[in-house]
Design a protein around this ligand. Structure first.
Ligand code: ZN
Length: 544
C-alpha cells in the first residue's frame, strides 16, 4: 500500500490539469482513497510541490532483437562512450545509442518511462526479440510484428484471398507473440531483394501481383477486422528520401479513414528532390494529418550527436551507407523482411541533419492534436531515447528553441518554416504526447492515466526552470505498485510484462502454411512459433 500525497497531478485522460490530489496504490493498481482500509499502515511519499503523472509510454523504440544486437556488436565505440556500473541493485551495462538490455531498462525508468514498444520484430527472429525483452528489467514491453514484405501474405493478396490473408496475419501475431501489425516500406524491401532501390506507393512488387498501396490497405482493414488494440504501424515508402512528402500525403489520402499510425513522421516529410535541394515539407504533411483524424503519428525527432541507425528498411540503410561512408550491415530475413544497420553522426553543422532537426520541431508545432502526436526519436535512429528531456525543453521553451535554431547552418534555417512558429507546449500537452496519448493509441486502457483501476505506473518530478533537468531524472517512479526509482536512481528491480494479442484464426490455414514452410524456410513449421517459455511474463491485451 502506498500513498503519494499532496502532489500537483497531471492526468489529462481524466481531466486533471495540475490540481493538488492524493494518489493511492494497492496491489499494483490505483485505488480510491476510501478503498484503502488501513491508511495508517501505508507507505507515504509526500509529493508537496512536486509534479505527479502516469509513467511514460513510448510508442516506437528499437530496444531488443536481432538488429539492435547487431548494432551493439558492430559499434564497440558506442559502448566505450557510455559505461554503467552496478550499484548493488542494478547490473553493469552501458552503451550510448544502443545500450545493453539492462541499461535500457534502467535509463527509461530513471526518466519515468514504464512501458516501451519495440517497433520492429521479424517473426523468424521473434525468439531473440523476446529473450532480450525479458532481459530488459522493469519495463512493460510489446513488439510489432513485421508483415509488409511477407511472401506468404503477398501470395494471399495476389490471389485476392482476403480471408486467408487475415487468418495469416492473426496466426503470425500469435506465433511471434506480437502486439500489432508493422509495415515497413511495403513491397520495397521485397523489391530490394530483387535489386530495386526505390519503391513508391503504386509501383509493382516484383514477382507478385500486388502494390504497396494494396498491402497497406489490406493490413489496415485486417487490423480493424481483428479488433487489434493498435492500428497498423506504418513506416511509409520512400522514407528518408528528398521529396517523399508527396508519397506520405498520398498514403494518408489512400487510407481514406482507416485507423493507422504513421511512424517517425519527420523522416517522411521531406520536400525537394531531383535537382532541388532538400527542404521541409512539414507544413504540407501536418495539414494532411490534421485533416485525417484516423491517423496518429510519432515524430522521430533528430537530436545532435553520434547514434546508430537501424531499420527493417534494408534499401534505406544502403542509401545511408552510401551517403555517409560509414560501416554497414544488411540483413535480409528469408521470406519475411529485411534490415540494415549504419552508425551515423547527426552533426549540428551538417545541413541535412540540421534540417531534419528543424522538420521534426516543425511537425511537433504544426500538428494540432496532441492526442495524435507523439514524442519519439525513433530510438536510436534520430538519436537515443535519453534525449527526450532535451526535446521536451525545446517544445516548452520558445526562447531555448530559437537559440538552438539560430546555431544551425543558414541553409537549414531558410529551408523550413520553424522560425515562424511560436507555439509552446504546456506541461499537460507533454503528458499527452509522452503517456496519455500513446497509451490511448496503443489501446492500453490501464496505462497512461491515474484513474481508479489503472496500473500503478507513476512518475513524480521536481519542477525546475530547466524542463530538461526536470525530466532527466524522476524523483520517484512506481512500477506496478512498487517503488523502483528514488531521486533518479534505480532502487529495486523486477521483470516487466510482455504485452501480446491473440486475435484468433481459422485452422484451415495450417496445411498451406506448413507446405509454404517446407518449401521455402530454413526452419521447420513445428519449430517456428514462439513457445510459452520465451514469454514468461505474458499479458494478453484483449482484441475488440
Ligand atoms: Zn523505427
Amino acid at each position: 500500500m502506498l500513498g503519494i500525497l499532496n502532489g500537483r497531478v497531471y492526468d489529462p485522460a481524466n481531466g486533471v490539469d495540475g490540481q493538488v490530489q492524493d494518489i493511492w496504490v494497492q496491489d499494483g493498481r490505483i485505488v480510491a482513497a476510501d478503498q484503502v482500509p488501513n491508511r495508517e499502515a501505508a507507505e507515504i511519499f509526500d509529493a508537496a510541490g512536486l509534479v505527479v503523472m502516469p509513467g511514460g509510454v513510448d510508442i516506437h523504440s528499437h530496444i531488443a532483437g536481432s538488429k539492435v544486437n547487431a548494432g551493439r556488436r558492430m559499434c564497440p565505440e558506442d559502448h566505450r562512450a557510455d559505461t554503467g556500473a552496478q550499484n548493488g541493485v542494478t547490473r553493469s551495462g552501458g552503451g550510448h545509442s544502443v545500450p545493453t538490455t539492462f541499461a535500457t531498462g534502467y535509463h527509461y525508468l530513471e526518466m519515468g518511462y514504464t512501458t516501451v514498444m519495440e517497433a520492429a520484430m521479424p517473426p523468424l527472429l521473434a525468439r531473440h526479440t523476446h529473450e532480450e525483452m525479458n532481459d530488459v528489467p522493469l519495463l512493460d514491453k510489446g513488439a510489432y510484428t513485421l508483415m509488409g514484405n511477407n511472401r506468404f501474405l503477398l501470395g494471399c493478396l495476389g490471389h485476392r484471398q482476403k480471408a486467408k490473408a487475415r487468418d495469416f496475419a492473426a496466426w503470425l501475431l500469435e506465433a511471434s507473440r506480437g502486439y500489432a501489425i508493422k509495415i515497413v516500406n511495403p513491397g520495397g524491401v521485397e523489391n530490394w531483394k530483387a535489386g530495386k532501390r526505390e519503391t513508391d506507393l503504386d509501383d509493382p512488387v516484383l514477382g507478385w501481383d500486388a502494390t504497396p498501396r494494396e498491402i497497406i490497405l489490406a493490413l489496415a482493414d485486417i487490423s480493424t477486422e481483428l479488433g487489434l488494440p493498435h492500428g497498423p504501424h506504418l513506416h511509409v515508402n520512400r522514407l528518408g528520401q528528398a521529396g517523399n512528402a508527396s508519397t506520405t500525403i498520398r498514403t494518408i489520402e489512400a487510407l481514406d479513414g482507416r485507423r493507422t499510425h504513421l511512424a517517425h513522421l519527420q523522416f517522411a516529410s521531406y520536400g525537394g528532390g531531383g535537382r532541388h535541394p532538400l527542404r521541409s515539407a512539414a507544413a504540407e504533411v501536418a495539414a494532411a494529418v490534421n485533416a485525417n483524424h484516423n491517423v496518429t503519428a510519432d515524430i522521430g525527432q533528430v537530436v545532435f550527436g553520434p547514434t546508430t541507425t537501424m531499420t527493417a528498411d534494408g534499401p534505406l540503410e544502403h542509401t545511408l551507407h552510401q551517403l555517409s561512408g560509414s560501416k554497414w550491415l544488411n540483413n535480409d530475413v528469408e521470406e519475411e523482411t529485411g534490415g540494415g544497420v549504419v552508425p551515423m553522426n547527426h552533426a549540428r553543422r551538417n545541413t541535412v541533419s540540421a534540417l531534419q532537426w528543424c522538420i521534426g520541431m516543425e511537425l511537433f508545432l504544426s500538428l494540432e492534436d496532441p492526442w495524435r502526436t507523439f514524442l519519439t526519436t525513433d530510438h536510436p535512429n534520430g538519436g537515443p531515447f535519453t534525449a527526450y528531456p532535451e526535446i521536451i525543453h525545446c517544445l516548452m521553451d520558445r526562447e531555448f528553441r530559437s537559440q538552438m535554431l539560430s546555431s544551425l547552418p543558414d541553409k537549414a534555417q531558410s529551408r523550413c518554416g520553424l522560425a515562424g512558429l511560436q507555439r509552446e507546449y504546456s506541461l499537460q500537452e507533454i503528458v499527452i504526447i509522452t503517456r496519455a496519448g500513446t497509451a490511448r493509441a496503443l489501446g492500453l486502457a490501464n496505462k497512461g492515466h491515474l484513474g481508479v483501476g489503472a496500473d500503478a505506473d507513476i512518475a513524480v518530478y521536481a519542477p525546475q526552470l530547466n524542463w530538461s533537468m526536470m525530466f532527466r531524472r524522476a524523483r520517484l517512479v512506481v512500477k506496478g505498485g512498487r517503488v523502483v526509482v528514488r531521486d533518479g536512481q534505480v532502487v529495486a528491480v523486477c521483470p516487466g510484462h510482455t504485452l501480446c494479442v491473440t486475435p484468433g484464426w481459422d485452422e484451415g490455414i495450417l496445411p498451406s502454411l506448413r507446405e509454404h514452410f517446407e518449401q521455402h524456410y530454413t526452419v521447420g513449421f513445428d519449430n517456428y512459433a514462439v513457445q510459452d517459455d520465451y514469454v514468461p511474463y505474458c499479458e494478453v491485451i484483449r482484441c475488440k
